[in-house]
Design a protein around this ligand. Structure first.
Ligand SMILES: [Zn+2]
Length: 231
């Protein structure tokens, strides 16, 4: 087997290993992050937050309304208890009770409105929980599939590593150094020659270059500097 062919095979294995690692990285990303689940979580948390804030406001306002009711009861007891006889004093209590009742009526309206909003939030939260559950279960399913694929790729990589070692052991130092140097600079180090052209740069080779490529030695393309391989 020519040195160029060995270098070409090494490159095939290297590229495969590289792409398998890239796939594993992508899979890791999908195993650790899921936009649908994350968005559902954010929406749900935000709705729950708003709802509990509203419930807190409702509770405070309800306490205020309760205090007003107590006050009105207290004034009514004075008004109708028979102990107060002074008409001026009675009138003043009546006015006070009237004011409290008006305020209470407004608060009761607001409370009703708030209760409706809270109910609407709870309905919304229920839907968001369903969305979240569906997204999470879809992700679980995806994760299970990804684990299987990831195991398969890891097994393939073990095979590729063995092959990589085999090729390396059959390759001389100079060829390996040339290969690694070009690969580091250009990404692709070994290119095929087809119909008299270097496929790395599409430049047609001279007759003497072609003859050299046919030999066993490593020949670099004059134009793109890559190792040429005649299959
Ligand atoms: Zn070239």
């Amino acid at each position: 087997m020519s040195l160029a062919k060995r270098a070409f095979e090494l490159q095939q294995v290297d590229l495969l290993i590289q792409s398998q690692h890239k796939q594993l990285e992508d899979m890791d990303l999908r195993l650790n992050h899921n936009t649908a689940v994350e968005q559902a979580q954010v929406s749900l948390a935000s709705a729950e937050n708003s709802c509990s804030e509203l419930e807190k406001q409702y509770k405070d306002l309800d306490a205020e309304a309760e205090a007003l009711r107590t006050n009105i009861t207290r004034i009514n007891e004075k008004l109708y208890g028979g102990k107060i006889k002074n008409p001026k004093e009675l009138l003043s209590f009546e006015q006070e009770a009237g004011m409290f009742k008006a305020t209470l009526s407004k608060k009761d309206d607001t409370l009703l409105e708030m209760m409706e909003n809270i109910e609407a939030y709870k309905q919304g939260i229920k839907k968001l929980q369903e969305i979240y559950t569906a997204a999470a279960s879809a992700w679980d399913k995806e994760k299970a599939e990804l684990q299987v694929q990831s195991q398969a790729i890891k097994a393939e990589l073990t095979g590729l590593d063995t092959k990589h070692k085999e090729i390396l052991s059959a390759l001389d130092k100079d060829t390996l150094a040339a290969y690694e140097g070009i690969r580091g600079r250009k990404g692709i180090a070994v290119v095929k020659v087809e119909q008299g052209r270097c496929l790395g740069c599409r430049v047609t080779l001279s007759i003497s270059e072609l003859q050299r490529v046919r030999g066993n030695a490593i020949v670099l393309c004059d134009n793109c500097g890559r190792i040429m391989y005649l299959s």
